[in-house]
Design a protein. Sequence first.
Length: 230
Amino acid sequence: MKHGKKYRAHEGKIDRTKVYVLDNAIQLAKDTSYTKFDGTIEVTAKVNYKSLQNIRGTVSLPHGTGKQVRVLVFCKGDKQQEARDAGADFVGDMDMIEKVQGGWTDFDACISTPDMMKEVGKLGPILGRKGLMPKPKAGTVTQDVAKAVNEVKSGRLEYRPDKGGVIHLGIGKSSFSNEQLLENIKAVVGGLMKDKPSDAKGEYIKGISVSATMGHGVKVDVKELVNSVI
């Protein structure tokens, strides 16, 4: 793949044969970003497990993602006001079901009370492919809609690996302090290790890298990072 001048100009700042301690990796990711806007800092983690479809969970970032999360809540009656008071952007029952059926998906997260899931489940072809379907395990099918809205708004992320065992997460903005990014990344790695399957053998996290949206991946010392969070 041919890269532009800006990409090549920053490439020499990173030693590809080296792994870096986390705080150094964060600084390098910032230094090698070549966007003028406040880009996202991303973490990529490769996990080692035989049944990748069983690896999924949620992590809460202490400093959020820096992104405004638009939340849709499916609920009825008094729960609707509860959701609005908590900061939900869109709230409704059958009116919202019909809107989504019409192709509207202008939101980033979706929450539902259990009594709405029979109807919400029919939206599977639309919500499922976008990763927006509410799930009990993720805490997005719940009676406590206020708590769920607050958690999603404050930086709770769902994760699952791709077919290659790689998890990609945006964990903050370039404008975040290094300390904020470090704490968010440690929260992610701590969450992955906490949810590690009991029958996982050998080294569970095989690799971690940090990068800006338009920048270079910086390899992180996995052993040092994992030991710092367990």
